[in-house]
Every structure is written in C-alpha cells, then in structure tokens.
Design a protein around this ligand. Structure first.
Ligand code: ATP
Length: 462
C-alpha cells in the first residue's frame, strides 16, 4: 500500500486540480478555514491558518517590494478602513456601486442579473429550477454601519469597498510631507468589504477581502502612455513570480463594462479551475476622483508644477488594483500539481505538490532528522536554530522519512534538510529539492549559502 493513502487515496490523486481539491488541501494543511466553522460557517468570510497567513504575508511582501522598493517614486500608505461618509458620495459609490439582483420566487436562489443567461432574464425564468424570477433591482454593495451610540442617519458610516479612496484623500498630504513630484505613485495593501450577492468558489469572491492597490498620478495627456507602461509592468510582475503565463490573458473592458470613473480598463485574467476570471484590473481613472473630491470637500486638489511655471492641474490617475486574497487563490491553483512518482516500483504512487516560488513558500526549509535517537534530533535542532535567522523553517521528526517529504511537498516547502548518521561523522547533510526530488550532500557550513543561491536562481521545472 502506498504511504500516500494516509492523506488521500491514489484514486483521488489522479486528474487535474479542482476547486474541491484545492479547498480541501487548504483546510487540511492549515492554509484557509471557513470562518466561524463551529457555528456552521459564515458566508463570504474565511480565516487564514498558520501556512495561509505566511503565504499571504509573502505575497503581500513581494507586491510591496515590487511596487515601492523597486520604484524611486512610489511610496506607501496605510489609511483607515472607516472614512468620512462624504468620501463615498464623492467617489460615486453611494449612487453607483450596485449590482443588479434577481431572486427566484420558487427556490429562493439569488443571482446577479449580469451573471445569468440573457434568455433566462428575458423569460424571467430561474436558471436552477425554472421558477419565476423577480424584477431586477439595484443592490448597493457597501456595508453600512453606525458610528457612536445613536443609530440614526447622521451616524451612518461605511466599511470601505476599495482601498483607493484612502489614497486619493491623502494625495496632497503625501505631496507635502514627502515632496513628491508628478509622476509618482502611492501604494496600499488593506482590507476592503463588499456585500457580494453571490459568494462562491472558495476565496475567489468574498465579502471581506484584501486589496493591493497602487495609484499613479500623472499629467493629463500623458495618461495613455502611463496606462500602457503599467499594463506592461504588471504583466512582467506575474512572469517574475513564475506564474504559468499561458494561464494569464488580458481582457479589455467594453463600453458597457467600464466603471463610471474609467476612460479605459484592462483586466488580467487567470485560468482558475472554474474558468477564466479577473485577477487584477489596470484602470485609467482620469481626473474623476480628484475632481469629485475637490467638488465635495471644497479643497483645492490641483497639483502645482513648480518646475513648470507653477502650472496647475488635476492629475490623471492610473490604477493597478489586485486582490491579495484572490492572488493567493491564483498562486495556490497555479502551484498545485499531482505527480506520479512511481517510487519503489509502485505505479500508483502519486504525490501532491505545491510548486510555490521559494520567495512565496510559507516554509522555506524543513529540517528532518532521520531518527530521533543517537543525537540526530539534537543536531537537526541545532541546524534549525542556525537557519532560523535567515529562513522560515519547520522541524519534523515523526514518521517515515518518505512520508515527511510528502507532507512538506503538500505544504509547498522547496527545500528539506535531512540529518543522518553520516552528518555526525563528516558534517554533511542531505539537501532535497521539492520539484525534482533530487538529493545532494552539502557540508553544513555551506548549507545556508547554498539555499540562498538556489532561491536566487530558482526556475520552475513544471
Ligand atoms: P469583479 O468583477 O470580480 O467583481 P471588480 O471588477 O469589481 O471585480 P475591482 O473593483 O476592480 O473588482 O477590484 C480590484 C480587484 O480586487 C479585483 O481584480 C479582485 O482581484 C479584487 N476583488 C474585488 N472584489 C473582490 C471580492 N469580492 N473578493 C475578493 N477579491 C475581490
């Protein structure tokens, strides 16, 4: 019997990634759990477990480095979730941030009218049960709550539905405090909330999620050039992360899809197990947002170009807007692989492996003593203590070594270090590579540098 049967039957291993397999692996290995599961779960909300929070932090870190550290003219911000309610009147969200909603009178299913076939809509026929559909009505996606003890209209406040507005209302502060000159950008990662009508496909569409947004302020007239440049840069970013590029494509918004603020918009779409879906948007938001905030706040939000005779204008904004949690789902799906390894002559021996880029993997190195006894565990712990400073490490001493490798493959750990009897004699350890399963002997003294080198030169092989 294969050692894998402890985790999954060989039958289940065969075939392609499905959303069910992804969801189940994510739960089993502590990446993502359903929110409030003991109470039956809360729709549209998910909790990130020990491996999930590490993965999420690393994805956020990679984006942050890309957008701020690698650009001299992009700075960061962390604005509050609760903003003055006028913000959302100015932004157009109170009026326009709606989805068209229909209900089935018979089975009580609820649909977004733009996501069911037109013929069902015209015939008012439920796509699930054939029952009668209600008229389409507009439903505002913002979560409303109250601030302070009185629950009246004066105390209404919203949970932000996007992080962008926190950037716009701070744009003048940042110009002044950081002496920014156009063109420049402001990057932000944070929570956003949308009362989504239909939440399905795991963490793809949730009511509480995180966004990674960068707003780039440019001179009107140069916006189309910057729009093209940012499309190029965002595409190159996913290539750098080692994402399967044939699973990514562009989708340009047609006139009926464009948001109220946009002059032009492209989505980067990813081929998820359920099909092509939006991953990130690149939008030319024109001077709409700053123009509206000028109007609603009464503050002058023009940029004064001191290098150009104090020319004044409201900048245009190019936005790159990616979901952090949706990126995590994409990276998880992209990394997921089932491979027939046929070890020990067993044709049915499959493994599940998450081929995360080592920069993103929640655990970089796992240290495994071959045996607990004869001082091997102590030696392995000692090596872990040394590597801890530089890498996210795990330690596992229980079970057969093959089974421990499989556990690390499922967690996406790119490197395993095995400590055996030879290690005690000659100071070498085994370094095992997740993707190729190749094993080499490395002197302990060179281990950290060798791992560093492997991360730097990492190329995905499958
Ligand atoms: P969709 O068409 O999928 O509803 P959108 O066009 O409304 O998305 P944007 O407002 O452009 O999305 O948001 C930017 C990014 O934020 C999206 O590309 C996506 O990655 C992420 N995002 C938006 N809504 C959600 C959600 N409900 N759950 C998770 N991520 C989301």
């Amino acid at each position: 019997m294969s050692e894998l049967t402890e985790y999954c039957t060989a039958e289940q291993y065969k075939g392609k990634a499905t959303m069910e397999k992804i969801t189940s692996l994510a739960k089993r290995r502590g990446f993502v759990y359903q929110s409030s599961e003991i109470y039956g779960g809360q729709n549209g909300a998910w909790d990130y477990g020990p491996l999930g929070v590490e993965l999420k932090n690393r994805i956020a870190g990679a984006w942050w480095k890309e957008m701020t550290r690698l650009h001299d003219n992009i700075v960061g911000l962390d604005a509050a979730i609760l903003m003055h309610p006028r913000t959302w009147e100015a932004s157009g969200h109170v009026e326009n941030f709606t989805d068209p909603l229909v209900d089935c009178k018979k089975c009580k299913s609820r649909f977004r009218a733009d996501q069911i076939p037109q013929e069902n809509l015209t015939a008012k026929k439920c796509p699930d049960c054939g029952g009668e559909l209600t008229d389409t009505r507009k439903f505002n996606l913002m979560f409303k709550t109250h601030i302070g003890p009185a629950e009246d209209t004066a105390s209404i406040i919203y949970l932000r539905p996007e992080t962008a507005q926190g950037i716009y209302v701070n744009y003048k502060n940042i110009i002044q405090s950081n002496r920014m000159k156009i063109p420049f950008g402001i990057a932000q990662i944070g929570k956003a909330f949308r009362n989504e009508i239909v939440t399905k496909n795991f963490i793809f569409r949730t009511c509480e999620f995180e966004q990674m947004e960068m707003q780039y302020f440019v001179k009107p007239g140069t916006d189309e050039e910057w729009f093209a440049e940012w499309r190029k840069q965002r595409w190159a970013y996913y290539e750098k992360l080692g994402i399967k590029m044939d699973h990514l494509r562009w989708h340009q918004h047609g006139p009926d899809e464009l948001a109220h603020y946009a002059k032009d918009a492209y989505d980067i779409e990813y081929l998820f197990p359920m099909g092509w879906r939006e991953l990130e948007g690149v939008h030319n938001r024109t001077d709409y947002d700053l123009g509206r905030h000028t109007q609603f706040s009464g503050k002058d939000l023009q940029y004064i170009d001191q290098d150009n005779n104090n020319e004044r204008y409201i900048p245009y904004i190019i936005e790159t807007s990616a979901g952090l949690t949706r990126n995590l789902l994409m990276i998880f799906c992209d990394a997921y692989d089932e491979e027939q390894v046929a070890e020990k002559g067993n044709e049915d021996d499959w493994r599940t492996v998450l081929r995360f880029h080592p920069d993103l993997a929640p655990v970089t190195v796992a240290i495994l003593p071959l045996m607990k006894k004869d001082g091997l565990a102590e030696l392995a712990q000692d090596i872990r203590t040394e590597l801890k400073e530089d890498y996210a490490t795990d330690y596992d001493q229980s079970g057969a070594i093959g089974r421990r490798y499989r556990r690390q493959d499922e967690a996406g750990t790119p490197f395993c270090v095995t400590v055996d009897y030879q290690s005690k004699e000659d100071g070498t350890v085994t370094l095992r590579f997740r993707d190729s399963m190749e094993q080499i002997r490395v002197p302990r003294a060179e281990l950290s540098a060798r791992i560093r080198q492997e991360i730097k030169t990492y190329k995905r092989i499958k």
